[in-house]
Design a protein around this ligand. Structure first.
Ligand code: URA
Length: 212
């Protein structure tokens, strides 16, 4: 598994504002959107393209377009939904599948409660959107699910990661050679006893959508 921490002043600036407890929900949503677009730029560095030629007003010019089958973007409900527009802005031909996963707060284990994905993901590059890579249980389960359906490679885009979560995903796929990447704005210090990232930014879903 490869981990990329995107080191860029705009990423750091937006992440700092997201962390700030005074940032209200509308601002939090806008900043998440902008931050994901910056992360998406790095996350899609290996997205497949096809060579094409177009005609400029002056002459033919060689270029590329996104290859088929199109990439699949998979937000993990609910908080991953807040990352969807920022990602598809850069991948307009991507298809979108949904994975509903929730963390059981007593066991901290991931449970799937909804899926809306193509049955066969052969040949597909998949981009999982999950803002907080905390214990890693949800992300590991989501990645496993996508590879079981034939995904070619999986890139997870996370706003923040905890060392424990990265280690958990790494451990889950150790020795498999599956192409997995995690792209994040920062790796924080640790998890607290409730499985929250410290210093983190709190509950991403609540901050995006309110406490429901
Ligand atoms: N989920 C969140 O929203 N925040 C955390 O810190 C951990 C999991």
């Amino acid at each position: 598994m490869d981990t990329l921490v995107v080191d860029h002043p705009l990423v750091a600036h937006k992440l700092t504002a997201l962390r700030d407890e005074r940032t209200d929900s509308p601002t939090f949503r806008r900043l998440t959107d902008e931050l994901v677009t910056l992360l998406a730029y790095e996350a899609t560095r290996d997205v497949r393209v096809t060579d094409i030629t177009v005609n400029t007003p002056l002459a033919p010019a060689r270029g590329v377009r996104l290859a088929r089958p199109s990439p699949l973007v998979v937000p993990i409900l609910r908080a991953g939904l807040g990352m969807l527009d920022g990602m598809t802005r850069l991948l307009p031909t991507a298809e979108v599948g949904f994975l509903g996963m929730i963390r059981d707060e007593s066991t901290l284990k991931a449970q799937t409660y909804a899926t809306r994905l193509p049955d066969d993901l052969s040949g597909r590059q998949c981009y999982v959107l999950d803002p907080m890579l905390a214990t890693g249980g949800t992300l590991a389960a989501a990645i496993k699910y996508l590879f079981e359906r034939g995904a070619d490679d999986v890139t997870a885009v996370c706003l923040l990661a905890a060392p424990e979560g990265l280690a958990r995903v790494e451990e889950e796929f150790k020795g498999t050679d599956l192409p997995i990447r995690v792209v994040t704005a920062a790796v924080d210090e640790r998890l607290n006893e409730h499985g929250y990232i410290v210093p983190g930014l709190g509950d991403a879903g609540d901050r995006l959508y309110g406490v429901v």
